[in-house]
Unconditional design. Sequence first.
Length: 266
Amino acid sequence: MSIVLDALRKAEAERARGEVPGLHSGLGPATVPLPASRATSLPWAWVAAGAGGLLLLIALVVGAGVWWRWVRADLTPAVPVVASPPVPVTTPVPAPAPAPTAAVAAPAVTAAVAPAVPPAAAPPVALPPKREAPLVAAPTAAAVPAPPAAPAPSPKVAASAVAAPATGVVVAPATPVTPPVAPAMLPPADGRPVALAELPEEVRRELPALSVGGLIQMDDPPRRSLIINGAIVMEGEAIQPGLLLERIGNAQATLRYKGWRILLGI
């Protein structure tokens, strides 16, 4: 700035020296001539100022280019890296061991069952029935002869009869007998519906808790429905597997479960 001011002052002074003096020219301040060294250094000052301005302009251009590259690098979207899916490793499954054959296990079963079989009892020897004497009118003095007694079997024959069945007897394993079902566990034979409280305890434990939330009554029976446990169930639909909503009445509904017809109040 000082160089520019000096240049302006110098130009003003040269112009003032070239003018014709007027009335007020004597009253103005006297013009001080610039030293010779100062006058010779002014062109070099201008050259230095121009070079400095050029360097400043170059620095600004370079800085703007660097800034623009940096902004573009931030605005460029990053390319997503797609990871390849892992390759599943197949582990070989060992083959199951072969089951033991029935031929090996059969002798062990026979050996375990055979000692537990008690010896068979000897068949009873049938004795001929006593024949009663016919009632014949006879004189009171005569005695009726008694019938001859059957001969008792000898001990050797009885012992052989007892020991004979024990040899070569194969006893079959006992078949498990299924206990008969109690009549109370079976539904009524006539198919009449029963109340929920009249069901056997085992059947009641199998049924879920049933809560009726509302009734949608229609003239067409297939379109009637109940709200049971928060779900809408129509006539003929299953509340859960095995439990069927058979019929919807005005005050109660009929359910079917394992042959039982159950009354449910609405």
